[in-house]
Write a protein that binds this ligand. Structure first.
Ligand code: CTP
Length: 217
């Protein structure tokens, strides 16, 4: 089976030396890629800038901005069976890019931002045959937000993690996930090393996908 996995942050440049980004380390997406490779699946890993080693055997596509991630994912989507959209994509980007380094002044400085494309929602709004797994990074109202994102982004599964807890989630080696299914049920993968959590998540993804295909035929 062919997996398309996105991981890590995106960066939106302000000028040649500054950018907007977030704390995503890429560890969860890379762990899902490693778990899929262990099971002999083909993995295309579209990665934002991260400081970790890529899983051996993955077909790597390295990107920086959200637009680059969208272009790469759109090109690959038609060839893939499962999309796992784990990347922490910037929701806004600077309205203007300065080709030269902006100089400081003594005055207050306001940055004008414009909404960036929602990659997952854009990909799923076009026709495709992929089984789609979205993620939700939440600090509060996890259940409400995750259930909403599952529907709004047309996902088959939505994987939520509580990024307010420092021991799990962003940049940590461990995670705990709550998976939301389209029938309104949910399942928790308890706290563990990201690779162990990824192996359990992979099994759930493949089971649910199999179930969907059986129902369709
Ligand atoms: N996502 C995306 N493009 C964006 C923002 C998010 O493709 N511009 C994807 C993420 O990869 C993830 C899902 O949408 O699979 C949810 O991302 P998240 O950051 O949790 O939610 P947002 O939609 O950005 O909403 P908010 O920041 O308000 O929680």
């Amino acid at each position: 089976m062919k997996f398309l996995i996105t991981a890590g942050p995106t960066r939106e440049p302000l000028d040649p030396v500054r950018y907007l980004s977030n704390r995503s380390s890429g560890k969860m997406g890379y762990a899902i890629a490693a778990a899929a490779l262990e099971e002999k699946h083909h993995v295309v890993l579209i990665s934002g800038p991260v400081a970790i080693t890529h899983p051996s055997g993955a077909e790597m596509v390295r990107v920086t901005t959200g637009d680059e991630m969208f272009e790469a994912a759109s090109q690959q989507l038609g060839e893939c069976d499962v999309l796992v959209m784990c990347a922490a994509v910037c929701d806004y980007k600077p309205a203007h890019y300065s080709p030269v380094k902006s100089k400081k002044t003594r005055e207050p400085f306001a940055l004008e931002l414009v909404p960036a494309r929602d990659i997952l929602a854009s990909l799923t709004s076009a026709e495709h045959d992929c089984f789609v797994v979205g993620f939700a990074a939440e600090t509060h109202d996890l259940e409400t937000n995750a259930a909403r994102k599952l529907g709004e982004k047309n996902c088959d599964l939505l994987v939520a993690n509580d990024v307010s807890r420092p021991e799990i989630g962003m940049d940590s080696d461990e995670n705990e996930l709550v998976i939301f299914f389209k029938d309104g049920t949910r399942e928790t993968i308890p706290r563990g090393k990201k690779i162990a959590v990824a192996r359990r998540l992979l099994k759930i993804i493949l089971d649910v996908r199999e179930n969907c295909l059986t129902k369709k035929s």
